[in-house]
Ligand binder design. Sequence first.
Ligand SMILES: Cc1cc2nc3c(=O)[nH]c(=O)nc-3n(C[C@H](O)[C@H](O)[C@H](O)COP(=O)(O)OP(=O)(O)OC[C@H]3O[C@@H](n4cnc5c(N)ncnc54)[C@H](O)[C@@H]3O)c2cc1C
Length: 418
Amino acid sequence: MDAVQSDVLVLGGGVIGLTCALALLHRGASVRVLERAEPGAGASHGNCGTLTPSHAIPLTLPGMPWKALRWMLHRDAPLYVNPKPDWARWRWLLGFARRCDLALAERAAIARAALLQRSAALLPQVLTAEGIECEYSATGTLYVYHDGRTLANDRREIGWLTRLGVAAEALRGDQVEAMEPALLPGVAGGILHPDDAQLRPDRLVDGLARRVRECGGVIEIGAAVDGFRCAGNRVAAVVTAHGEFAGERVLLALGAWTPGVARQLGLKVPIQPGKGYSITTSRPAPCPRRALVLREPSVCVTAWGSGYRLGSTMEFSGYDARLNRTRLDALRRGAAAYLKAPFGAELKEEWWGWRPMCVDEKPLIGPSSRWRNLVLATGHGMLGVSMSAATAELVAALVAGDRPVLDPAPYAPARFGL
Ligand SMILES: Cc1cc2nc3c(=O)[nH]c(=O)nc-3n(C[C@H](O)[C@H](O)[C@H](O)COP(=O)(O)OP(=O)(O)OC[C@H]3O[C@@H](n4cnc5c(N)ncnc54)[C@H](O)[C@@H]3O)c2cc1C
């Protein structure tokens, strides 16, 4: 039987696959999304939903490998690396450690800031134009500190962020407590990032999936990509349990699952799953007015009209699909040290997700240098929601052969020979 044909086959129905699908549909392409489970079944479901140009500075900073080694000794530290032997994980970690260099981090920060700022400008326009209601609000992010040393350290990054065009304002402890009556006393200070925003990520994904269908796109639910048929240097067909599908272009947007699938095309994608957790409850009283980052335990707090979430932690333990109670308890403990009412009365969901962590802290966006009709949009790490709209704009322009608004060079998969 002939493979079902589309202009663009999108592999993966997370926030990246769906925003790209919608942008491509608006350019007149026929689009089919192949999704293993259902839209938003991966990291795009229970994340914190913050939109953060404030995260432009990458994790690949000098000193980070030593910090990570110290944290390895504590199972409830904000970052945990499972020390068990796993060649792929250790190769990735060594690659990451090699990139912990100031000059490289400065280049990565410029590339990340460009994508984050463009996305921050585009996303509210997309939500309005598409009629997607996902509790978007541009109320900024407030970092809250108990420890003066951590605060002093982070304040040094304000100048760097300002040079990148990201607003950041240092606040005294009493100013932070006055801004956020939900906080317990004892705040040493804060940093406000007024350009950040927040939304409810599961509602974003639902809205995107609805609009993809309304615009004529097809989402094949339960169509796990099992393999490929190749002809010369083209991907001729994608093989799934639902049959074979072909595309003039094939967009690989499988988040943390990208390496396993791409290996079947001979591509070694330098992504590891960075597992994170979240707890969703009803709104507590008093409830924070804006997104908070409780800095020492690294807990992100997001409150929407419809609920409240504690999230974060970063665990490198491969594709381990268990819900780790220690990590969830660390979120609860972290919140209890800072907030008068750390969670709401009704528990709605305990969740984990795999962030697609690219070894150089920049996403992989653009054509494959190996396969003529393959395009990648993956590896967004901690920032997939924040970078989604600009990623989609870039992918749609590259597929159409137009000159993109952003310079695509820093994100090119060719930097890893992909
Ligand atoms: C705790 C936590 C908090 C976070 N907070 C934020 C935040 O505040 N702001 C932010 O910007 N980002 C945040 N992130 C990161 C963000 O969630 C991710 O960067 C983003 O969701 C990645 O989107 P994606 O579409 O690339 O991947 P995913 O959402 O994981 O989508 C990949 C999709 O591919 C599907 N798939 C997998 N294998 C196959 C296959 N073989 N065939 C077909 N389909 C397949 C999966 O089912 C999934 O739906 C957070 C992440 C976590 C874990």
